[in-house]
Design a protein around this ligand. Structure first.
Ligand code: NDP
Ligand code: GDR
Length: 327
């Protein structure tokens, strides 16, 4: 039975990846932080077979202990402070966790691997935010990085550290440059879920208004369930490498509003939506669109859920959830 360790087990991707690996017959270990993590019950309910170990990405000694206890064949480093807007207010903390945390995991892995001839396979959750002020359209593995937020800068550090450990120590360390991926499990601070939750509440008469920032930014949005499959495929390759994972389509926040309101039968959303500078970012990433052709050719990966289906899935979930809450 192969063993996998996932950091970021309480997050959107951690849950989907755990389900996928358990289905494939893995013994799955998850890193959980804090003395009374509020998402512990959720993890236990969704993936009861995952074995949880306590640790924090900023504590390398603790990570070393977690690796000895779990003895993983594959490590998926998904843990991060992942909310871009928050990273301006907490730049130093974001650098420590999202950036230096990757180095801590790589170093703990290198020590755990020791002189063993069996390579431990390492996945780093890199991000399209690294492209920032894009230097090429669409963005591929070779596009110049130009991050626009403390989060993006921290991800660039983690990305290059992963490549450096691969080149310096021969580690099987791969980096997935994933574009935005969403689901009914997406945190409500991210724009897709903020919109689908609010639209469901507006439809049910529980909320009157949705307040947003920049409506013109464009993102390449896919479904998280499809994207965790790409992570697994990367670690099954004989040689580690970096891959862009994206749909190759881009949509603005306005398109998202069109699709979400249309899904509940509202054609004109302008009376319900207000813009507030509070939600504008000091530096915006205006356009992201990925070129996933390498992942298609090498990993045999392609997205299964398109933008309209994704929005529909999230709206249906939020209508159910908000109906239950409103009772
Ligand atoms: P989430 O924000 O849903 O989850 C982040 C996870 O990181 C949580 O489990 C959180 O735990 C954990 N974490 C935060 N701080 C620490 C810490 N100090 N030590 C250990 N764990 C910590 O993110 P997603 O699931 O959406 O994303 C997974 C990864 O992929 C992240 O690294 C993200 O940056 C990256 N990514 C995500 C994309 C997306 O569109 N979703 C696209 C590209 C990259 P806790 O619950 O305790 O806070
Ligand atoms: P992003 O996702 O920053 O791309 O990072 P987010 O959903 O937060 O923002 C997407 C775009 O929407 C605009 N926007 C708003 N965003 C939020 N959150 N709230 C609003 O009210 C709002 N109004 C407009 C933003 O300005 C932005 O342009 C996500 C995270 O999952 C990262 O961890 C990951 O690395 C990247 O995706 C790829």
């Amino acid at each position: 039975m192969p063993r996998a360790l996932i950091t970021g087990i309480t997050g959107q991707d951690g849950l989907y990846l755990s389900e996928l690996l358990i289905e494939k017959g893995y013994e799955v270990f998850g890193l959980i932080r804090g003395q009374n993590n509020p998402k512990l019950d959720l993890v236990k309910a969704v993936v009861p077979d995952v074995k949880l170990l306590t640790g924090d990405l900023s504590d390398v000694a603790g990570l070393t202990r977690v690796l000895s206890a779990s003895q993983p064949d594959e490590i998926y480093n998904l843990g991060a402070i992942s909310y871009v807007a928050y990273s301006w207010e907490n730049a130093s903390l974001t650098s420590d966790v999202t950036g230096k945390g990757v180095l801590n995991m790589l170093e703990a892995t290198r020590q755990y691997e020791g002189d063993s001839t069996e390579k431990v396979k390492f996945y780093q959750a890199s991000s399209s935010e690294m492209f920032g002020k894009v230097q090429e359209v669409p963005q591929s593995e070779s596009t110049l990085l130009w991050p626009r937020s403390p989060y993006g800068v921290a991800k660039v550090f983690g990305h290059y550290m992963t490549i450096n450990y691969r080149e310096s120590y021969g580690m099987h360390a791969s980096s997935g440059i994933l574009f935005n991926h969403e689901s009914p499990r997406r945190g409500p601070e991210f724009v897709t879920r903020k919109v689908t939750q609010a639209v469901a509440r507006i439809k049910l008469g529980l909320q009157q208004e949705l307040v947003l920032g920049n409506l013109d930014a464009k993102r390449d949005w896919g479904f998280a369930g499809d994207y965790v499959d790409a992570m697994w495929r990367m670690l099954q390759q004989p040689v580690a490498d970096d891959y862009v994972i994206a749909t190759g389509e881009t949509h603005s926040i306005r398109d998202l509003l069109d699709a979400a309101f249309a899904a509940v039968g509202i054609e004109d959303w302008t009376p319900f939506v207000r813009q507030d500078p509070r939600f504008m970012r000091p530096a915006e990433v205006d356009l992201l669109i990925g070129d996933p052709s390498k992942a298609k050719a090498v990993l045999g990966w392609k997205p299964q859920v398109n933008f309209e289906e994704l929005v529909q899935m999230m709206i249906e979930n939020d209508l159910r959830e908000q109906t239950a809450l409103g009772r």
